[in-house]
Design a protein around this ligand. Sequence first.
Ligand code: BES
Ligand code: MN
Ligand code: MN
Length: 459
Amino acid sequence: MEKVKGYIEANRERFINELFELLRIPSVSAKDENKGDMVRCAEHLKGVLLEAGADRAEVFATKGHPVLFAEKIVDESLPTVLVYGHYDVQPAEPLELWKSPPFEPEIRDGKIYARGADDDKGQFFMHVKAFELMVKEGILPCNIKFMIEGEEEIGSPNLESFCLENRDMIAADVILISDTPMIALETPTVTTGLRGMAYMEVELTGPNRDLHSGLYGGAVINPCNVLCDMISKLTDEDNRITIPGFYDDVIEVDSDERREMAKRPHDDNEYSSEIGVDYLGGEKGYSTIERLGIRPSLDVNGIWGGYTGEGAKTILPSKAFAKISMRLVPDQDFRKVEKQFDQYFRSLAPEGITVKTRVLHGGQAYVSPLDSPEYEAAAMALEETFGMKPIPVRSGGSIPIVSVFEKALDTKSILIGFGLDSNAIHSPNEHFPLFSLFKGIETIPLYFKYYSQLKGGQE
Ligand code: BES
Ligand code: MN
Ligand code: MN
């Protein structure tokens, strides 16, 4: 693997510059004003993949943002690895909290600061450069495909149909993804589970207009007060979710596996101090690792209504809103949870308040087996570059398309991420350490090598 290290050393600066170019494109999938940037980003990636050595690279339009597909087929009889990633990023707001502008990447203290530096541009870019390296050094041992989408951060609403319509084109033996964190900078991690998601928006309406709270307050039901009361009833004093039937399909993890999970290095004090809180909280009877990995959760992501501008205004608002998401675990079904939520939430409303709910997006949870060539190849590759075996982790985050890959395409995903919880993904000052970037580029070719070996391909 000296070839790998030599190539990385010789091209270090260029790799950084190329990643910066990608990070300068404000590909925010949630915003209409960035629609053009999304197309520009996908087109830019097409050039990048062709340059790296793809035989074919194409931008596919969808009902939403385009998908980039590229491939290099070495030999039809060899295994095929599909690399999945996403070029869309979360909105950068609040902008005033960024030390350097989100779309003007900058290196400080050995880390690249920019929106998407980790999630997921920095991470999938490692695969593009590892691919380039394997092609240029003549060590690509199998076929490779890339599918880089532009709608992950908004729930991948068009990717499932894209996959079904292009089944043959994207067919692969395994899907390789870097879009998850590691336990620590030098502790290699394979993510073996992702939570699912049911995401709802609720709207409560009371009087037909905002009212003077002196003329009406105390005599008319206030939708903002009611919303707070209804939300408080969604969880009980043990922090369990009270929606009837919610836990029916939750697979209880047995004590052996829980004991195994507890061996993973984790420090509640470190975890809480990094985010500036003195106490943690969650479902009674479970540890932090379990609350994140094997238990569902419910969070209000935003709540608004009435007057939220400067100073005081004395009104009784007409409307109140909230965005409420639920992270799900196997075998919960997001469609069933959406219905359960809708029914229960409506039942909590007093007379005189109208409730509307709508689904924002949803996805199923995923768990991957540990006794498979996919996992074994990742373990071998990571052990070689980090000097220790990776730790399997069931993560609290979601990548909704991964369960679609499994159910609709019958293809397993292997998640070897190089991020960190502290990289501030989705937050101001997102960053990605150069250490991680180059460690990833060094590790990925080994995954290809060992996977091909284990699958009986050439070296
Ligand atoms: N890269 C994350 C997923 C992730 C984060 C997995 C942390 C494991 C740990 C991804 O880009 C993401 O943010 N996903 C969304 C999905 C949602 C929009 C459906 C998430 O988890 O909130
Ligand atoms: Mn991501
Ligand atoms: Mn994300």
